[in-house]
Design a protein around this ligand. Structure first.
Ligand SMILES: Nc1ncnc2c1ncn2[C@@H]1O[C@H](COP(=O)(O)OP(=O)(O)OP(=O)(O)O)[C@@H](O)[C@H]1O
Ligand SMILES: [Mg+2]
Length: 256
């Protein structure tokens, strides 16, 4: 594993309230490229809220999000995605009535905008670029074990295959940082293994990953670094073996 110190997503001093609820209370994290960071914590700890802020979707009440030194605080998903920060969702649904391949190609809209002229007249460079994206999408389907379903309606995929499809779509956008909210939730052991392998592959390509899951065994076996939250704060952080032994983490999990 090589951690690229130059490319790093950081959040500093994040505060976020929803009405009377303090979802995040002074959270700072560093997510470097080339490393898998795991985010654990009981229900309502603030994990999804933090991902939404890191992906630019939500603007925190206080604090700053930066990637490669560029301020992405509340910049919106599209701007963050263009900078290379891409999030997948806790509850995902495919674009029904579209093939699996077309669903992956949706990921290119984050990277390729041919403009009105390009859409209307489809000049040769647009067709060539589209062909390249299509080839890349097909490669990704192969990598994620979905190539035989490329022309099938996405609605016909199993729940686990849909999670893999979502990862493939996110990868087409060539992220530098990938934020995954419970990608293995509800999956069987075989499907979870596919997600594990996919995340390792993504990491080995130099992408930084932040992954949330309730299955602590799964995360500890996958991640290089663990961040543990409870009640909107970070209670422990470090290599999995250290966090596992941490008394505050044990207490948080025993009280669930
Ligand atoms: N849009 C919202 N409006 C009001 N309260 C919210 C909103 N989003 C989150 N919250 C509250 O903020 C707190 C943190 O929620 P969050 O979804 O970030 O937790 P989580 O760690 O992802 O939990 P889970 O493991 O259940 O997914 C919770 O108390 C939640 O009820
Ligand atoms: Mg959540």
């Amino acid at each position: 594993m090589t951690v690229d110190e130059g490319r790093i997503l950081t959040a500093e001093g994040i505060q976020m309230r929803f009405g009377g609820v303090t979802a995040l209370d002074g959270v700072s994290v560093h997510i470097p490229a080339g490393r898998v960071s795991g985010l654990i914590g009981p229900n309502g700890a603030g994990k999804s809220t933090l991902l939404g802020i890191l992906s630019g979707a939500h603007r925190p009440d206080f604090g700053t999000v930066r990637f490669n030194g560029v301020n992405l605080t509340g910049a919106g998903r599209t701007v963050a995605a263009h900078s290379g920060v891409i999030q997948t969702f806790q509850k995902a649904s495919p674009f029904r009535g579209m093939t699996v391949l077309e669903n992956v190609l949706v990921g290119m809209t984050n990277r390729f905008d041919p403009g009105l002229f390009g859409v209307l007249f489809r000049p040769r460079w647009v067709r060539r670029t589209e062909r390249q994206w299509r080839e890349r999408a097909q490669e990704l389907l192969e990598e994620f074990g979905l190539s035989e379903y490329a022309q099938a309606d996405a609605a016909s995929l199993s729940f686990g295959q849909l999670r893999l499809l979502e990862l493939a779509r996110a990868m087409l956008a060539e992220p530098q940082i990938l934020l995954l909210d419970e990608p293995a939730a509800g999956l069987n052991a075989q499907e979870t293994k596919l997600i594990h392998q996919a995340v390792v592959r993504v990491r080995d390509n130099g992408v930084g990953v932040l992954i949330v899951d309730h299955d602590v065994r799964f995360l500890f076996g996958l991640c290089d670094h663990i961040i543990a939250m409870d009640y909107g704060r970070i209670i422990a952080e470090g290599p999995p073996e250290d966090v596992e032994r941490d008394p505050a983490v044990r207490a948080a999990y025993l009280t669930v």
